[in-house]
Write a protein that binds this ligand. Structure first.
Ligand code: 8YV
Length: 323
């Protein structure tokens, strides 16, 4: 029996490629094909797709009449046009669980970097600015331990952040979420707070929600205005949840203390973005899940999802809206 053709738009680890090639015929587009007619022609041949940087909408699906499965190597699936995929019975999968701890670790990296001003101090040392001991109060930071952390979005990653905060840093943790999570409240001793109250009372505000119609630009001028002047804002979910102009204003006018950002409105971030001029913004290139192990695990989970779905079996990680 011939193997199903799959289009793989990401570079994958060799063991994942080898697993995939046992079950599928792999097509890899050359980089200049991805927005061209040739790309549409390739899409026309395949039953499976591991996408990168493309939206799975009607336009793409029209070029892909044989497509059955789209397997994201990410937990987020805001690149899925759910209605378009549903209408064509396309199976869509993602990679939850395997990245939770890695992303939660990075959130603490951002918290510590922004609070203790690690990038600024690293730069000072490299620039020869460490003349005697650092006594300049201008460079002192704020404490993380015992502070109040507000987590917006208490999913799996939110919970992993809450654990670190409670047991590693002895923080007071509150969260807001679509629904209350009584089990997590009980297990971790965290409190539910309505969003406005969370924003007004947290020392650290961590955004960890998926990008949906409801969460689009959920943090804007009004929300930054509620935050404490000493608040540190962290976003490692999606840039589109935040009104970036309002964030820049809050940082420039110092109505909040600092921000730690792994995600932006536009990625890669435009070098002219004013955020990059601000010493109170820590900026990372969307590397929340990027350890070798976790990225390998995510790729293998995505490959398994793809293969199982193409075999007509139930893939373990079909996104909830398409189950
Ligand atoms: C991905 C992410 O690795 O999983 C997600 O939703 O944002 C990251 O972990 C990133 O999208 C690159 O694929």
């Amino acid at each position: 029996m011939s193997k199903p053709k799959v289009l793989v738009m990401k570079k994958l680890p060799s063991e994942v490629m080898s697993y995939l090639s046992d079950h599928c015929e792999i097509i890899i587009p050359s980089s200049n094909e991805t927005d061209s007619l040739q790309f549409s022609a390739l899409l026309g041949e395949v039953e499976g797709l591991i996408p990168a940087g493309v939206r799975i909408d009607n336009t793409l699906l029209e070029s892909a009449p044989q497509l059955k499965v789209v397997s994201n190597i990410s937990v987020g699936y805001d690149n899925f046009d759910i209605a378009a995929m549903k209408a064509r019975h396309i199976i869509g999968t993602h990679t939850p669980y395997v990245l939770d701890d890695t992303v939660a670790d990075l959130v603490f990296g951002l918290i510590l970097s922004a609070a203790r001003r690690l990038p600024e101090l690293d730069k000072l040392v490299r620039d020869g600015g460490w003349v005697s001991s650092v006594r300049d109060e201008q460079l002192f930071g704020v404490d993380v331990h015992h502070a109040t952390l507000g987590i917006i979005g208490m999913g799996r990653i939110g919970e992993a952040i809450a654990k670190r905060a409670k047991f590693g840093f002895d923080m007071n943790v509150q969260y807001s979420n679509r629904s209350r999570k009584a089990d997590i409240e009980e297990r971790l001793g965290v409190q539910y707070a309505p969003l406005d109250e969370l924003l007004a009372t947290s020392d650290f505000v961590v955004l960890m929600a998926p990008h949906t119609k409801e969460t689009h630009k959920m943090i804007g001028k009004a929300q930054f205005a509620l935050m404490k002047q000493t608040a540190i804002f962290i976003n490692a979910s999606r840039g589109a949840l935040v009104d970036e102009e309002a964030l820049i204003e809050a940082l420039e006018q110092k109505t909040i203390y600092a921000a730690g950002l792994d995600v932006f409105d536009q990625e890669p971030v435009d070098p002219a973005n004013r955020l990059l001029q601000l010493s109170n913004a820590v900026t990372l290139p969307h590397i929340g899940s990027a350890t070798l192990k976790t990225r390998n695990d995510m790729a293998m989970v995505a490959a398994r999802n793809l293969v199982l779905a193409l075999k007509g079996e139930t893939a373990p990680n079909i996104v909830p809206e398409l189950r």
